[in-house]
Structure formats: C-alpha cells, structure tokens
Design a protein around this ligand. Structure first.
Ligand code: IPM
Ligand code: MN
Length: 353
C-alpha cells in the first residue's frame, strides 16, 4: 500500500521559489523509484508580494488550511520592501510557534567536497547536530515599547523560558544523543543571564540523571562559538536556546560549505501539527531570478523530511547524492565556485541518486 503525503509549498520571496522548484523535482524523482509513497503538492502564494497586495502575509484561514498537511516546504521569506520583523513574525515564526514546531534540527556536517575555511579540519571532525529550541526564548515576542519618541523611551525584550519548553527540548536532545550514540553539549550563558540560563542549566542537569549513558558537556555560548572554530570535533549533539541556536548555526553553516547548503527542520515531534522543512538561507534578493541559487540547502531539507517521514534510507541516499555532487565539482552553483545553474545542479543530484 502506497501512502500519499500532502505537502504544502510556501516558496515565498527572492530565491525561495527557485529552490523550492528543485526540492519538488527531487521528490518527484524519488517517488517514481519507490512504491511505498507518493506526494501531492499544493503551492501557496504567501510572502512579501502577497503582503504588498493584500496587507497580510498569508490568508486569514492560512493556518487552518496548513494544519491538515503532512509537511510544509518553505523557501525563504523577506524582501527589502517589507520590514523583516513584520514579514517573518507573521509567516515563518508564526508557523513555527503556532504549530508547536519546538525542535529546530540543524545538521552541521562537513560533507566530502564541501569547502571549509577551517584549515586542517578533517571531514569527520565536523559532524554535529544542533537541537535549537524553536518556540520561545528571545523569540517569544514578549516585551514593551514605552514612551516612544520621548527622552524616556525604553524597550524591553523578554526571554521566555518555561519549564515545559526547556524540558521538552532538552529531553529531545538527550533522546537523540542516546539514539545516535553521540555526546550531548548544552550551550547556555548562566554566568550573565541569571534567571533564564541558570534555569536551563538546572533542567539540563536534572534530566541528565535519566540518561546516565549519555556523555554530557556544558558550555557558555561564547566559548562554544570559539570551540566550533578551534576544536569542532568535540561536538556531537548540541542543545541550546532559540537565539543562541540561530547564531551558532550560521557559524556552523560557515564552517561546512556556507549558507547555500545548510538546511533545517522545524519539527513538531508529536505530529499534532505539520512540521516544516527549509533551507536556512534567506531570500537573497541580489541573486533572485538569475537561476544561480544553490538548490542544495532545500534538497538537504528534503532529506530531513524523508527522515521525519520514516524513510531514513531515502534521507541517507539524498545526502549521499549531495555529497557526490560536491565531490564531482562539475555541477555546482557560483556560491561554491561552480558555473552551473540551479537546475543543472539538481539534475546532477537526481542523476547521482
Ligand atoms: C533562521 C532565520 C530566522 C530565525 C529569521 C529569518 C527570523 O535566521 O531560520 O535561522 O532567526 O530563526
Ligand atoms: Mn538564522
């Protein structure tokens, strides 16, 4: 019996549509080669152009419609014509939050053939999985803007750390570390953030008692940034808060081939709501429409989606094909010093699959 997966596509802005087209190409390629599953796609025109025409980032019943999909593939959101805090909060961050996609899983893995600025780093030495808290922290939207445009003007941006929110993300990371037989590093900042991060550290230690088999480490975020460059081999699974995870995974992308290939999964592990898969790069308006955007990040996101659906064999095969295209070097886009188009790169990946 073949299972049909309903996939909502939100190509979004800039290069988003160009890379989502390639993600779909790969999915159509693999569905022909496996009779366990098939895909049905529906595309939604939401994003900044939609906002400029309708004054909102998505339809009023958008979340209601998305709720019934098995997964969402998102390209990129953001345009110079719409303030980022409006476009992102009302679409990307809204989906992450309202669908309780509290796990942001970001592999930071140096594939063979991918360039790294870290001199002497061997491929096996850069292989981490970031588990970024994705529903609260500094992204909760809690705060105030008092006495605007006056000499007393004050802004307050709260970091929200609930017991439930911290426990579930840290537990997810412990389970992952156990399953993958990797160490677990918690990244926090208790020396300066005397409420949120002391609480985080305490929960990390508490839950650790249930996982005596998992080797653990705790690092301050500034030290973690330093070690990611100087000694990346020390990291296996890493768990951290929303903002720290955001920053460190861009650093992670930089040491593993760049933003053109880094992917992320926004997971609702309970599957109460759809999970969302995306390249972690932005809309790159400077290269939009030129057909040279790197499709690898969105294809890697497809690999993560296949893992999440339970077809880890395909997740693995897609990743191997990405690695093969990187090794071959014949079909890479300009961000990786190649001269191939977005489509040529994808075609090479499909051929290698
Ligand atoms: C990311 C992005 C987003 C984030 C932005 C676009 C709001 O940088 O997915 O890493 O901060 O989470
Ligand atoms: Mn980011």
């Amino acid at each position: 019996m073949s299972r049909q997966y309903n996939i909502a596509l939100i190509p979004g802005d800039g290069i988003g549509p160009e890379v989502i087209r390639e993600a779909v190409r790969v999915l159509k390629h693999i569905e022909k080669r496996d009779d366990r599953f098939s895909f049905a796609f529906r595309e939604f025109p939401w994003g900044c152009d939609f906002y400029l025409r309708h004054g909102k980032m998505m339809d009023d019943d958008g979340m209601e419609i998305l709720k019934d999909y098995d997964a969402i593939l998102l390209g990129a959101i953001g345009s110079p014509e719409v303030p980022d805090h409006i476009s992102l909060r009302n679409l990307l961050l809204r989906i992450r939050h309202d669908f309780d996609e509290y796990v942001n899983l970001r592999p930071i893995k140096l594939l063979e053939g991918a360039p790294t600025p870290l001199k002497d780093a061997r491929r096996e030495e850069i292989d981490m999985i970031f588990v970024r808290e994705n529903s609260e922290g500094e992204y909760a939207g809690s705060g105030a803007w008092l006495y605007p445009n006056s000499p007393q003007e004050v802004v307050i941006q709260n970091g929200v750390f609930s017991r439930k929110g911290c426990e579930r993300i840290i537990r997810y990371a412990y389970e992952l570390a156990r399953k993958k037989k990797r160490s677990l590093t918690s990244v926090s900042k208790g020396n300066a953030l005397n409420y949120s991060m002391v609480f985080w550290d305490q929960i990390f230690a508490e839950l650790g008692k249930e996982y005596p088999d998992v080797e653990t480490h705790s690092l301050l975020v500034d030290a973690a940034a330093m070690f990611m460059v100087k000694d990346p081999a020390r990291f296996g699974v890493v768990v951290t808060s929303n903002l720290f995870g955001d920053i460190l995974t861009d650093l992670g992308a930089a040491i593993t081939g760049g933003m053109g290939i880094a992917a992320g999964a926004n997971l609702n592990p309970e599957k109460t709501f759809p999970s969302m898969f995306e390249p972690i790069h932005g809309s790159a308006p400077d290269i939009a429409g030129k057909g040279i955007a790197d499709p690898i990040a969105s294809i890697w996101a497809v690999s993560q989606m296949m893992d999440f659906f339970g077809y880890e064999d395909w997740g693995e095969k897609i990743l191997r094909a990405i690695e093969d295209v990187l090794k071959e070097k014949q079909s890479l886009t300009p961000d990786l010093c190649g001269s191939a188009s977005t489509e040529e790169c994808t075609e090479a990946i499909c051929r290698l699959l």
